[in-house]
Write a new protein. Structure first.
Length: 307
């Protein structure tokens, strides 16, 4: 059994916050932020549910489906709208889906986690799933802390997976976590995100490279076989460092963080959809998705594009 990715959609809040906006009250500048992160602006606003619904509706409309055609929702988020119930319940109600719905939290690596979970649950009785990555990190960001305020933002992306007999198009994946590193990036209940940037950078590059090499090896592929790399959009320097070690040039990499900032679970699907809409992925292309985040978690997966 396997699955095919048949559609995608995204949602970003209307409010744009530029580096110049932040520099008006923080000890920073557009040049400082851009050179160190690659981020020029970010979107702020909405709820996790509203962004998830908007992205999902666009994904459904692209292939002429309705919410009632969906048998499963797997929503990756670190910023559920309530402690209880899961945000996926609200999304299901608004879309009118059938079957189950669940939230998972693997931080910025979460979308690939959700993709793997949904792929494993599809079958003759659950033929179609919505996989959503959505976060509203602005709600847990300290906007007076220049080390984090310049990074985090809100956004969502969704894809539709359909069951297929046979191996499907998800060719391999690797998921992992090192809980001993949780202290480097965390947010307590009622508080805001805390991060040790240098430690996160160091561990992120190593985790991404190791995970990607593992999944390439398990699929019997080389980095040169990958048509497009879709990394978590946290920091352009992390992406460049990991790509250099993997041997994947930046021209074969999807980057949207200059416009979106770090949207955690929304990051990978936003970048994937942007590349697909721009015609950068063709039928049969191999796409490498990878992420890392608080936990510290990491994930990577290889997807064959098309039907």
């Amino acid at each position: 059994m396997g699955s095919v990715l048949v559609s995608w959609g995204t949602a970003l809040p209307e409010k744009v916050v530029t580096n110049h906006d932040l520099a008006s009250y923080l000890d920073t500048s557009d040049q400082w932020v851009t050179e160190r992160t690659g981020i020029r602006e970010r979107r702020i606003g909405g709820s996790t549910a509203s962004l998830s619904v908007e992205a999902s509706q666009r994904a459904l409309e692209r292939v002429g489906l309705a919410g009632s055609d969906i048998d499963l929702i797997v929503l990756s988020t670190t910023t559920a709208d309530q402690m209880v119930p899961g945000t996926s319940a609200d999304v299901s109600a608004q879309l009118g889906t059938r079957g189950g719905a669940m939230d998972i939290n693997a931080a910025c690596a979460g979308f690939v986690y959700a993709l793997v979970v949904a792929n494993g649950m599809l079958g003759p009785n659950t033929p179609r799933a919505l996989v959503i990555g959505a976060d509203t990190l602005s709600r847990i960001t300290d906007w007076d802390d220049r080390s984090t305020a310049v990074l985090f933002a809100d956004g969502a992306g969704a894809v539709v997976l359909e069951y297929r007999e046979g191996p499907g198009n998800l060719l391999g994946w690797d998921l992992g976590v090192d809980g001993s590193a949780r202290r480097f990036l965390y947010c307590d209940h009622g508080s805001t995100l805390k991060m040790e940037g240098r430690e996160v950078f160091r561990k992120a590059v190593r985790a991404v490279v190791d995970s990607c090499e593992k999944v390439l090896s398990s699929a019997g592929l080389k980095a040169s076989d990958i048509a497009l790399c879709v990394p978590h959009q946290a920091n352009i320097r992390i992406i460049e460092a990991a790509n250099e070690r993997l041997g994947i040039p930046m021209e074969r990499t999807a980057v949207v963080l200059d416009r979106t900032g770090n949207t955690s679970s929304g990051s990978v699907p936003l970048a994937l959809a942007d590349a697909a809409d721009a015609g950068r992925i063709n039928e049969g292309d191999l796409v490498l998705m990878c992420g890392f985040g608080a936990g510290m978690t990491w994930s990577s997966a290889i997807l064959r594009w098309g039907s």
